[in-house]
Design a protein around this ligand. Sequence first.
Ligand code: AMP
Length: 395
Amino acid sequence: MKKTVKDYNYDGKTVIVRCDFNVPMDENQNITDDIRIKSSLQTINYLLDEGARVVLMSHLGRPKGEAKPEFSLAPVAKRLSELLNKPVKFLDDDMVVSEDVKSEVKDMKAGEVALLQNTRYRKEEEKNEENFAKDLSSLADIYINDAFGTSHRAHASNVGVSSFIPSGLGFLVEKEVEIIGKALENPKRPFVAILGGAKVSDKIGVIENLLNIVDTIIIGGGMAYTFFKAKGYEIGTSLLEEDKVDLAKTLIEKAKDKNVDFLLPQDIVVAKEFKNDTEIQTVDADKMPSDMMGLDIGPKTIDLFSEKIKIAETVIWNGPVGVFEMENFAKGTNSIAKALADSKAITIVGGGDSASAVEKAGFADAITHISTGGGASLELMEGKILPGIAAVTEK
Ligand code: AMP
């Protein structure tokens, strides 16, 4: 068992918290979705109430080890201050930690909060170099990891720091690991996994691990066509990973051996071109025209998949089942989101595109858990141990 934010006394202490403030912004640095900032409030407010001096850190985008103003966390400091209803001292320094920053932190009072500049301004961050981790940890007495979205990475600000000071999991990370972990270790059955998205190659590990755990695997999205190719179907100009066709065959066989229901789409919405306004038809999966591409699941498939979701007790969903960014190919993904929202099962949506589809469709409140980390939740589903969690102090 890992220590958590609740296992420490913060009286007179400074705590450094790794958050995931990697929020989307428009070209004028306006935050377009602040869910990640909101998700961090529980831990921050708890620490402030406990009388800690709170120093926050995060990365934003990919400045690649350089101080680039377009990746500044200044807009996050401003939004966070509005959400916390108190000032957030933005320690804007290109070096992230410097002598100035150290003395500003020393001068902080109990119940005050500060935010460091983007940790990826330093090239040592992604290499998990000791000097930077040591510098970060020198600011505080205790380190809390509340950035689930980066827990599958071993960087200085989430793994390195825990070598130098005692550490614990924040509320957000604790909740993510508990809900996803429980579903995988001791699921209520039937357990259905829906996997979509563009590529099979991104989900091989997940499919292989889930074959040992779930009752049903539902495949949608671009990766379905590599499986269709494996079954010998015409797939027209659909997305294909030629080098994964044999693997797709093996996975279908493995599912049979393990008595896992392995469901592919039955009908497909096909299009002449990869754009919203083009010639569109709905055809059976084994009757795709050779000059068209599959961009969404059809109505028969929506009914079949929704029925499976309806009788499930646990559902995990990761990846859109069609090109949901285009209105004409969003119906399948929206229908899956609705089926999850209508279900009484424990429903878990992996981060990224499926999470935004659920939120956009207004179903977020009806889902048991929407993960804040796409990559991290996928790695948990692969059965991997996340370095950002493994590094935290044991109880
Ligand atoms: P991923 O990042 O792997 O989860 O993939 C998400 C992307 O897959 C989204 O941008 C979707 O538009 C895309 N996608 C879903 N279905 C298809 C499809 N049938 N053909 C091409 N791309 C797809």
